[in-house]
Design a protein around this ligand. Structure first.
Ligand code: HAH
Length: 339
């Protein structure tokens, strides 16, 4: 912590943002213990980092395991937090059995859709009234080139309609919960336009979709503020709600593979502070369309970025440090005059 902030009174992050959007953190069984004070104090929304993914909830056919997910929901209830559900249909962290039929062959379209329906019904139904919004479909857009949809077993076996089916099943299971399409690299124009056209076609077909999740895995240099602003406006023009679902600001550019740092440099922390300050100022301008901002973690002692994209390399992407104290960037996003 810098000298000048040493004795300042800390206000709760979610209270500072009360008139703007809810403030979330991704959590797991480890962080709800290790970071419980910090989570209770500053966040009013949580997302399970892994514990509501297909492989966690239904590792074997019809053998559901809700133990950890239930505990996270309980933690949220005890602390007046909302829950974002993550995620129902994705190409990763989904067990192989889902896509297999008899004799190790691929499942038929009918079988895969029936399994999708059972999974969504059981999971969304169980948490009906407890989960305010769900990432129904995650990351189906191809990053580069002219191809719209990423190749996956969902796509190979069912065809593009697997996307709308997922939303329909989720809506049937809980008509109140808000249903999101969620993706990364969402602010780069090339991918943004593809996400936009997918979501637009869903809206036009009358598919029950209510929001777009911008994952917001960003770094010190990209995406630019202009690109973030353009992305927000483009998605909002569809008349849907926006959430920032997985925000973190890596201190390394994506291509940067250096592994020598034991601490972030002063220069990195200064840039990160400026970035957080400018971003949150922009996000506040769009409070009418953005209703939740979730960090993909809470404090620098635990982040998935310490294993991605370079295994075992520490990263420091949040506004709270490894001891859960506010970083300069915490003051950067909480020091503002409300309009
Ligand atoms: C996200 N993918 C996933 O939605 C989340 O479930 C997981 O825990 C972490 C990140 C992001 C991603 C990326 O930024 C780049 C390549 C692949 C995936």
């Amino acid at each position: 912590m810098t000298e000048k902030n040493a004795n300042r009174a800390i206000r709760r992050l979610h209270e500072v943002y009360r008139d703007y959007f809810t403030i979330g953190a991704a959590v797991n069984a480890y962080t709800v213990k290790q970071q419980q004070e910090l989570l209770r104090t500053h966040f009013n929304s949580i997302t399970a980092e892994n514990d509501m993914k297909f492989e966690s909830l239904q590792p074997k056919e019809n053998q559901f395991n809700f133990e950890t997910a239930d505990k996270l929901i309980e933690f949220a209830e005890q602390n007046d937090m909302q829950v974002r559900g993550h995620t129902l249909v994705w190409h990763n962290q989904t067990p192989d059995w889902v896509f297999l039929g008899e004799n190790e062959e691929l499942a038929s379209k009918e079988l895969l859709l029936a399994r999708m329906k059972t999974h969504i019904n059981t999971v969304v139904g169980r948490y009906k009234g407890k989960i305010a919004s769900w990432d129904v479909v995650n990351e189906v857009i191809e990053d580069h080139g002219d191809t719209l949809l990423r190749s996956s077993k969902w796509l190979d076996i069912v065809g593009p309609e697997f996307i709308e089916k997922a939303f329909e099943y989720a809506h049937e299971a809980d008509p109140e919960t808000r249903l999101f399409y969620n993706d990364y690299n969402e602010s780069f124009p090339e991918k943004r336009e593809k996400i936009y056209s997918l979501v637009k076609s869903l809206v036009q077909k009358g598919v029950p979709i209510h929001g777009v999740g911008l994952q917001a895995h960003w770094n010190l240099h990209t995406p630019s503020l202009d690109h973030i602003k353009e992305a927000i406006e483009r998605y909002a023009s569809l008349g849907l709600t926006l959430h920032l679902t997985e925000l973190d600001i890596s201190v390394f550019d994506f291509e940067d593979k250096r592994t020598d740092l034991l601490q972030p440099t002063e220069e990195m922390l200064e840039k990160q502070n400026k970035r957080y300050e400018q971003m949150f100022s922009l996000l506040r301008e769009y409070k009418d369309v953005i209703s939740n901002v979730t960090f993909w973690g809470a404090a620098d002692d635990y982040t998935w970025l310490s294993d991605f994209p370079v295994r075992g390399r520490k990263n420091w992407p949040f506004v709270f440090d490894e001891d859960h104290n506010p970083k300069t960037s915490f003051w950067g996003i909480t020091d503002f005059k409300s309009k």
